[in-house]
Design a protein around this ligand. Structure first.
Ligand code: BGC
Length: 382
């Protein structure tokens, strides 16, 4: 996914498109003939095909929502918002957390299929481990929506609704550079990199987005990664766990920065950003410029105190609302509104998506950013 995907399809895409149109016309004609030959009475079932327009379903149907572990506040909030929003829109909701890990989430999705859920919304723990379950969901006629995290290596995912994850990474990379300029004097600056959990499909996308901004500055010597750990596998944080990030940072502070100053850290979310700050304090070091994501209450307070440099505003209420708008469209037998059909390739297909715009938040705009947030408005304007 590039930062700006072309709005107008390329010539090649258009050529392919017209060829495709030709093939489709032939196919349509062939199908019409075949149906006429068989008496024409039978409708072909589209169930099981990704993105196929299902015939709609009754209000009051069951909608399944499979969420991962409670690794950040946004997931906890999503549970409540899905329960309330789906009920308000007239559905029965089955919202589950996979706190016990991948096998538990696999069972939860399977149970939703058995219970006859018409749409299954999945925020995967491990995007590559639900292939069999979503295949069953498609075979049962349900629509599968990947929520926030993409489902990988499967054709059995119809739609994706998320904040643009690559853009999140780009904003984090830019914020780190801007923070260094504002708070850490002249370059070169020593920085370290942290990435999210390797099983979460988002983590690599956040990292790639950030590195699209930072790598050129590492190459030209503006940034120096003194530990030498710059790959995704060296920097990832299993389970998005704060203790894992803190342990790694403790080791880096003790080994690499016993004398040198660590000026900045790319942290992929707020939980890990706070782990970096805790580690710096424990090592008796000046606080580095640290990025984040999620607008967690403790991190917003830290930004107000001038400690954590930035976070990302990805309003969960907005994301859940869009997921429910998709459900409403499907209920009426309509194709949901999509705004990106090129960026999110899951390994076997490009999943059509509705992407929302993430926003960077620093001390400069923190008050206006959350002025209308039901919880954070009290934090920024007590
Ligand atoms: C979400 C982030 C969150 C992380 C850990 C990611 O998939 O996009 O917002 O910080 O999971 O929960």
């Amino acid at each position: 996914m590039k930062e700006s995907s072309p709005a107008i399809p390329s010539r090649r895409t258009r050529v392919q498109f017209s060829r495709l149109t030709g093939i489709l016309l032939v196919l349509v004609a062939a199908c019409a003939l075949a149906l006429a030959g068989c008496g024409g009475g039978r409708k072909r079932s589209l169930a099981g095909q990704p993105g196929a327009v299902a015939p709609g379903f009754e209000k009051g149907s069951l909608i399944g929502v499979a969420l991962p572990q409670k690794t950040s506040e946004n997931w906890v909030l999503a549970e409540k918002l899905f329960q309330e929003g789906l009920k308000e829109s007239g559905y029965r909701a089955d919202v589950q957390f996979g706190n016990g890990g991948v096998p538990e989430q696999q069972n939860q999705v399977q149970t939703m299929v058995i219970k006859g859920a018409r749409v299954i919304i999945v925020g995967a723990i491990d995007g590559a481990q639900l292939g069999a379950q979503v295949k069953e969901a498609k075979a049962s006629g349900a629509t599968v929506i990947a929520y926030d995290r993409l489902l990988l290596n499967t054709r059995a995912v119809d739609y994706y609704v998320a904040y643009d994850n690559f853009k999140v990474g780009v904003l984090q990379g830019r914020a780190l550079l801007e923070g260094l300029k504002k708070r850490k004097g002249q370059p070169p600056w020593n920085v370290e990199l942290l990435a999210g959990s390797p099983d979460d499909a988002n983590s690599k996308v956040f990292f790639d987005g950030a590195m699209s901004v930072l790598q050129p500055r590492i190459d030209d010597g503006t940034l120096v990664v003194k530990s030498g750990q710059t790959s995704f596998s060296q920097t990832s944080t299993q389970g998005w766990k704060s203790e894992n990030a803190q342990k790694r940072m403790d080791t880096i502070f003790a080994g690499t920065y016993s004398k040198a100053e660590l000026a900045g850290v790319l942290a992929p979310n707020d939980t890990l950003a706070r782990a970096v700050l805790t580690s710096a304090r424990a090592a008796g070091k000046a606080l580095p410029v640290v990025t984040g994501q999620d607008s967690e209450v403790e991190s917003v307070k830290s930004i107000l105190k001038g400690e954590q440099y930035s976070t990302i505003n990805k309003d969960t209420a907005n994301l859940v609302r869009h997921a429910i708008v998709m459900v409403n469209d499907l209920q009426q037998g309509k194709v949901p509104e999509l705004n990106d059909t090129t960026s999110y390739n899951n390994g076997v297909r490009v999943v059509p998506a509705y992407l929302l715009e993430p926003r960077i938040v620093t001390l400069e705009n923190v008050r206006e950013s959350y002025a209308n947030d039901p919880v954070l408005k009290h934090v920024v304007n007590p």
